[in-house]
Design a protein around this ligand. Structure first.
Ligand SMILES: [Zn+2]
Length: 178
């Protein structure tokens, strides 16, 4: 990401614009997923702790935005087969959502999608959900928890025409809710 010379001090607006462009690009690459099925849980935990400490609490230098990549990994927050699909910008998670599937019941759950503030409204969440649906066709999609009032318009839009519509639903007996 290069900025014009006039922006050498990295003005806030330029950084915000750079972040936005990177996030928009990333939203268009949701099908490019690096998988990490064998990652040891403690590594995942450390990854999430780092994210928690450095990422979504205080943000990070947008100048570090370089490589864009989506990753699929064992969830660091939920055991029992939950996975995390995350969009990586620089070395941080710009977006992450936990999900779980039950093929027997043809159900999929997503939980706690989170986009870093500077990358919001760039389509990362809807791109990730659309990608998961594309990878796992024929499922009915739900949320484990309820929708926050402010996120209802998002879910109404993203769930339109989707089997299940991301309505709240308890996990089936085949899933232990970690
Ligand atoms: Zn089931």
């Amino acid at each position: 990401m290069t900025f014009p010379d006039s922006a050498k001090g990295s003005t806030r607006d330029d950084l915000a614009e750079g972040a936005r462009e990177a996030a928009l690009r990333l939203a268009g690459q949701a099908h490019v997923v690096g998988r990490d099925p064998d990652t040891e849980p403690w590594r995942v935990l450390i990854q999430w702790i780092r994210w928690w400490l450095s990422g979504w609490r205080r943000g990070w230098p947008v100048a570090a935005v370089r490589d864009a990549l989506w990753q699929d990994m064992v969830s660091g927050e939920r055991s029992g087969g939950w996975r995390t699909r995350a969009a990586v910008l620089g070395r941080e998670h710009a977006f992450a959502v936990d999900y779980h599937l039950c093929r027997r019941c043809r159900l999929g759950w997503v939980e706690r999608p989170h986009t870093m503030p500077e990358y919001q409204r760039c389509g990362l969440a809807s791109a990730a959900l659309a990608q998961l649906r594309a990878e796992h066709p024929g499922l009915f999609w739900h949320m484990l928890g309820g929708h926050f009032r402010e996120s209802r318009p998002f879910w109404a839009a993203v769930g339109a025409g989707v089997p299940g519509g991301y309505q709240q639903r308890e996990v089936c007996p085949h899933i232990t809710n970690g």
